[in-house]
Structure formats: C-alpha cells, structure tokens
Design a protein around this ligand. Structure first.
Ligand code: MG
Length: 307
C-alpha cells in the first residue's frame, strides 16, 4: 500500500477519537461505561502502537455481515452462494444454515446446549465440502469476485496496522485458505498478520481431502486445544473486534493487561446484552471507521503530535 495512510493527521490529528466521542454524545448507549472507556483509551494512547496487539474475528467482523443483495458473507456462505460446488451443495448448506444459525445466535441458550449443536454443524459443513470436492480453483474464483465483501474501512484498518507495525491475529471459525486468499487478492496480506482458523488438506489436483480437527467453531475460540495463538510478547494492550458475544473469549487466549473491545452485532435486538460484554457496540454494517480512529489516535500519540 502506497502513500500516507493518515492523510491530514500530521497537521490536524484527531487525538480525541472524534467518531467515538460523537457516538457517546448522540448515542449514550453505544458504550455503557463512558469513564472506563476514556481511561482505557488514554492508557492505550500513552502506551502507543508498540504495546498494542489486535485480535479480530473474520466472518461478519472484518467482512460485511451481508452483501447488498442480502446474502450472508461468511467464508462458508460465499461458497454456497457462488454455486460453484453445484446445487446439491448449496441446497444442503442452506438447510444446515437455516437450522443451526438461529441456535448460534440465541443468547438465551446455554453454552453447553449451543456447543453440542455447533460442533455438529461445523462437522457437517466440512464433511459437505469434502463430499462436494471443494478445491483451490473454487477459492480462486470466489476471491477474484472480491468475496467475501470486506467491511467498509477495512483497507485503511489493515493499512494502519501495517504502517504502525501492529500485529493482528485473525481468529476465525471460517476457512483459513479463503481468508488468506482474500487478503492476497486485496494486496493486504502482510507479515504483521497471523491467521488462526480451520484449514484443509488438498491433494495434488487441488481438491480438499481432509480438514484439521478439532474444528474451530464460533463458541470454542477460547479452548486451548483448538488454536495456537502466536501472540508476541510485551504487547499488553489488546484491541478486540467481534460480532458475537462469544468472540470476547478470544481475549482469554492472549496474555494482556488492558482490553478495548468493539462489537458489530448482527442482531440489533440484543444490543443490551452486547453492551455488558463489549466496550463499544456498533450497528451491524457500521464501517471500521471508529476502530480506525482509535488506531490512528494511538499511532499519532506515539509520534508526539500536538493537537
Ligand atoms: Mg463472526
């Protein structure tokens, strides 16, 4: 990525996270603990990018929740929507999605009840991929059409992290090969990014023949046997992005002192529940601008720029 990714900030830095302050002024519910938010933000700014680590979910967090045509933008859904694996795959995938997605999103269900269903759902999905000969050609076709759609502001988000040398860990219950290919397609696959996700084994013809187990699903991202998190040492401030209540558990995998968290919940009916778990709760299709503002403030503060 070329050019200054902080246009105008050297002459007029926004050290008060303008977007967030606007949010606090006009939507007091966006963050429940205003004082706590300001204290954390101040500490993050004082510590600068050298102490910062970002961990983020991928599906419906770094990607849009839905495309303009309303189609779901998870890595698995874009395969089904493409039709590239045939109508039988798409039909069966949608049957599973319609059955299990509502369970995944039901805040009233216990973890134990949900987990059993989600383990089953993920196994069925990945078995289906193998049965229908999911392959590298399909991945290339999907990402060449710029799917899944990245959330607005994502290119700047990746640019700031790269420019300020801030490590980003993407912890996803999706398909790692699609995430990797999508970042490469956008030209934003850089060495500050680590992807921890489900991976497939391909035969010499590029056809998927196996998948790694245990599968990472949306509820078990905190389980130590599931994912090895390559967190660098000395990064005590953690910025976390997610779209589900359970995404906050990603923080349990990473040693940190302070946590700032942003949610992009898909379901506006459960905003109050999200506000107990996250520092800032945004509308589902909000751009990453609030996050970019905070990141830019942290980086600008370390440059000793006077407002
Ligand atoms: Mg997600």
């Amino acid at each position: 990525m070329n050019g200054d990714i902080f246009p105008g900030r050297d002459t007029k830095p926004r050290l008060q996270s303008d977007f967030i302050n606007g949010l606090l002024d006009h939507r007091p519910g966006a963050t429940k603990h205003r004082m706590r938010w300001h204290c954390k933000l101040k500490q993050f700014q004082e510590d600068g990018p050298e102490k910062l680590l970002v961990v983020s979910d991928w599906d419906r967090t770094l990607t849009r929740s839905t495309a303009e045509d309303g189609s779901d933008q998870s890595t698995c859904s874009v395969i089904a929507n493409s039709g590239l694996l045939g109508p039988a795959f798409s039909r069966r995938y949608r049957e599973l999605f319609n059955r299990y997605r509502r369970i995944e999103r039901a805040p009233e269900l216990s973890d134990r009840a949900k987990s059993r269903h989600l383990r089953r759902w993920w196994s069925l999905q990945f078995d289906l991929l193998l049965d229908c000969k999911f392959n590298k050609r399909t991945i290339r076709r999907i990402v060449s059409e710029r799917r899944p759609h990245l959330r607005d502001g994502a290119r700047l988000f990746f640019g700031i992290l790269r420019e300020c040398r801030i490590p980003l860990i993407i912890l996803s219950a999706g398909i790692g090969e699609i995430i990797e290919a999508r970042l490469e397609e956008e030209g934003i696959s850089t060495d500050n990014i680590a992807i921890v996700s489900n991976t497939l084994t391909f035969d010499p013809d590029g056809i998927a023949v196996a998948y790694q187990t245990p599968l990472i699903h949306s509820l078990n991202k905190h389980a130590r046997h599931v994912a090895f998190i390559p967190a660098p040492a000395g990064r005590r401030n953690l910025l976390l992005l997610g779209d589900t209540l359970e995404d906050t558990r990603m923080a349990e995998q990473i040693r940190h002192t302070l946590l700032l968290s942003f949610a992009f919940p898909a379901d506006a009916n459960h905003l109050q529940v999200f506000q107990t778990e996250y520092d800032v709760v945004l509308a589902p299709e909000t751009s990453l601008e609030p996050v970019n503002d905070v990141l830019a403030d942290i980086c600008a503060a370390s440059r000793n720029i006077e407002p």
